[in-house]
Design a protein around this ligand. Structure first.
Ligand code: SAM
Ligand code: FES
Length: 345
């Protein structure tokens, strides 16, 4: 099976049959070689650099009802909040001082965050922090909305496609949501000039290897600058409360495969990966990841942005996470880069 890793390393592609074999190869030899080759490729393009993204979780209100998500509208137990413009600015200010040069405003699909509101926030950030990248992750919006926010100064947009297979997508989402619309949003964002991030959860209920191959093929077609994957982690107040979560081994295998398929992509070691294993993010970095997204949200709201159970870093101040992460990144053999961290095209 190790020859498949070598072929992927050489050619950045495999047949569906080969991908299937590699995704299912639960062996230490494969894991070790994937780690080595993925690390070699990331070092070739990005050296030891790890880019930090300051995550500002702007709202836990959401009109959607994704079956896996802790802030879905049907979860009556969720404690809701939304940040004011002033609070968002304070998060960015402390983030800038801590060396963050990308701010990610992420939240549920909250109608309070109108285009006018968002454009005001984006324009103020753009003016105060001209050397920073502004990333949005606010779900599905209209073409016009994406266009206005881009014109106001946004640079990047993260919108995981979640599942490229229509049947799997439908089993994870309510009937009013559609894969076709989600994909359309991604193509709209790309055509508007955003740097785009797509991605999916690993180990989502009913997900098979064939579904994962469909995800990889969709990513090859979209060619995003960023790919966000992390394990599915159950949330106790969702219909998927009793499902099994994604495993560390499979997530790492997919991260290694992604680095070899997309040598220059920005690949975060996600908080969910750090949630399922204490050294999950470090292992991610050693398997091709080159981004981490620590939390800049005010500590009093962090527990409320509860997408899944046992989320890490909900009690730490931004400065504590920054110090902790720097230590972890350096111990894993890498270094924090104080820069925007754009994708090398
Ligand atoms: N509303 C925006 C959107 O739809 O893109 C951004 C927020 S959404 C909560 C961010 C991501 O969290 C989703 O794309 C999903 O993949 C991930 N997520 C949600 N519930 C999760 C869970 N239980 N386990 C792991 N990841 C989860
Ligand atoms: Fe948040 Fe370690 S990264 S405490």
């Amino acid at each position: 099976m190790t020859e498949l890793v070598e072929k992927l390393y050489r050619t950045s592609d495999l047949t569906d049959g080969e991908l299937k074999a590699l995704i299912e190869a639960d062996s230490e030899d494969v894991a070790e070689l994937l780690r080595r080759r993925a690390d070699e490729v990331r070092r070739l393009h990005y050296g030891k650099k790890v880019f930090l993204r300051g995550l500002i979780e702007v709202s836990s209100y959401c009109k959607n009802d994704c079956l896996y998500c802790g802030i879905r509208r049907s979860n009556r137990d969720a404690d809701r909040y939304r940040l004011t413009r002033e609070q968002i600015m304070l998060c960015a200010e402390s983030g800038y001082e801590l060396g963050f040069r990308t701010f990610v405003m992420q939240g549920g699909e909250d109608s309070f965050f109108t285009d006018d509101f968002m454009c005001g926030v984006i324009a103020e950030l753009r003016e105060k922090y001209p050397d920073c990248a502004i990333t949005l992750s606010l779900g599905e919006r209209s073409y016009d909305s994406y266009k206005r926010m881009k014109a106001a100064g946004a640079d990047r947009y993260l919108l995981r496609h979640e599942a490229a297979d229509g049947e799997l997508y439908a089993s994870l989402h309510p009937s009013e949501m559609s894969l076709a619309h989600r994909k359309q949003c991604l193509y709209d964002l790309r055509s508007l000039g955003y740097q785009v991030g797509a991605g999916f959860m690993v180990g989502a209920p009913r997900q098979t290897t064939d579904h994962l191959i469909a995800d990889l093929r969709f990513l090859q077609e979209l060619k995003p600058q960023m790919i966000g994957i992390g394990p599915f982690v159950p949330h106790h107040s969702t219909p998927f409360a009793d499902e099994k979560g994604g495993t560390l081994a499979l997530t790492l295998r997919l991260l290694g495969i992604l680095r070899l398929m997309f040598p220059r992509v920005l690949l975060p070691a996600t908080t969910a990966l750090g949630t399922i294993a204490p050294n999950g993010r470090e292992l991610g970095l050693q398997t091709g990841c080159n981004v981490v997204m620590p939390n800049l949200s005010p500590v009093d709201v962090r527990k409320k942005y509860e997408l899944y159970d046992n989320k890490i870093c909900t009690g730490e101040e931004a400065a504590e996470c920054r110090t902790c992460l720097q230590r972890r990144i350096e111990a894993a053999g890498y270094e924090v880069a104080v820069e925007r961290g754009d994708c090398i095209e």
